[in-house]
Design a protein around this ligand. Sequence first.
Ligand code: ATP
Ligand code: MG
Length: 462
Amino acid sequence: MSLTASSAPAHVAPEHALVPRIIPRAEHGISRKNISNGALRVLYRLHEAGYKAFLVGGAVRDLLLGGHPKDFDVATDATPEQTRALFRNCRLIGRRFRLAHVVFGREIVEVATFRGIGEVGDADRHVVDGRIVRDNVYGGIEEDAIRRDFTINALYYDIADFSVRDYVGGIEDLRQRRMHLIGDPVQRYREDPVRMLRAARLAAKLDLTLSAETEAPIAELAPLLADVAPARLFDESLKLFLAGHGLESLRQLHRLGLLGQLFPATAAALSGPNSVKFGRLLGYTFTSTDERIRNDMPVAPAFLFAAMLWEPVRSLAEKLVADGTDAGVAWTAAVDRILHQQASRVAIPKRFSIAMEEIWSMQSRFDQRQKKRVMRLLAHPRFRAAFDFLVLRSHDEPELKEQVAWWTDAQQLDGEHLSQRIAAASVTRAEGEPGKKRKRSRRRKPHAGSSAKDASVESASE
Ligand code: ATP
Ligand code: MG
């Protein structure tokens, strides 16, 4: 990063921030080489048509930090309709705030008209309980800047002269690698509680520190997240956990007291009796997910969520069994209860929660070696995810290592060799080598059709 030392005060109060600090091209490291073709075309076309055109937000921030932005946002004084008139490949979207999307093949450049502050009660701005629910007031660039969340997200790269404009002290904050919410933190979190999650996510993603004023109110205001739509929280959860910095996001959320708002059962289990072991399981899971993302390998959200809710389901089932519930019934009840509770916070789409249930229930099927069942398990669409989860569990549960080895082999053998292996194993078993499951089921009251679930509850216990 090549940033010059600030001559302006580090943290300018927004209402006085009308004079920007301008960093000329020679004094910052943003090169057009690192801006996407689509974004450059949009910027130039707007500029040539006489409008102001800036790259803004995360892209400017990431470029100044030397990173490679994944998407580029443009801010302009052209209205959405004026923007649309300039591009054939443009559509207008958004109800709360109208935006123009300019499409270049797979790239979408989002173009927003400068947003104004407006007065509460304006026809175009609607505030309920301190929260903005509709917002279509256009304004100048200064107002647009102070409406943004963090100072480091309110930097503007001007296509007219390639300078960067800073109205709120974002450059100095970037230089010091810290995050400041613009304006009064309590008010800004009340307006939009998701900003608390963005604080945790961006600190994790960019390895930044939250300023004391920005961090302090979070502990008390975290419960405001209960009023945010569960579908929006699901989107935020994906950005937190499935963007290559999931482990650090999880740590930040936990540290800031936000995890309990998104995944209450996970947060409770992380301070419950099995917390150390569960913490390690999440550590393995998130580390491997982050690595896969870094290596451009596919990741399944269901896998991650299954890991996050594994200990809650397992320990609740165990408790129900201790209270006298039949083990199979207990497992089903625990899954239902935990998923139901989760749905009221983060709306995990059905296709993922079904996959989570499958990953969980398959954990107990890895000790079954009858040919038909082996084949069925190997052919299951969720086999790979369930097996990968078994591998992660086995790091801390040595008794699972034999299963991991067996199924590792099974995946590599062709049909004929696998059949031979299964036949040989069944002879050994028939000769009386006591299988773990048989030993267990003798201790337990028999019940219909739940032996598989038994093993799952028990095999994960301490
Ligand atoms: P990422 O790198 O994850 O995309 P980002 O900062 O670009 O991070 P976006 O969600 O793409 O995040 O938002 C783009 C910009 O819009 C932000 O940089 C910020 O200026 C503004 N913004 C986004 N969400 C909010 C919010 N809740 N309140 C105020 N401003 C916001
Ligand atoms: Mg962005």
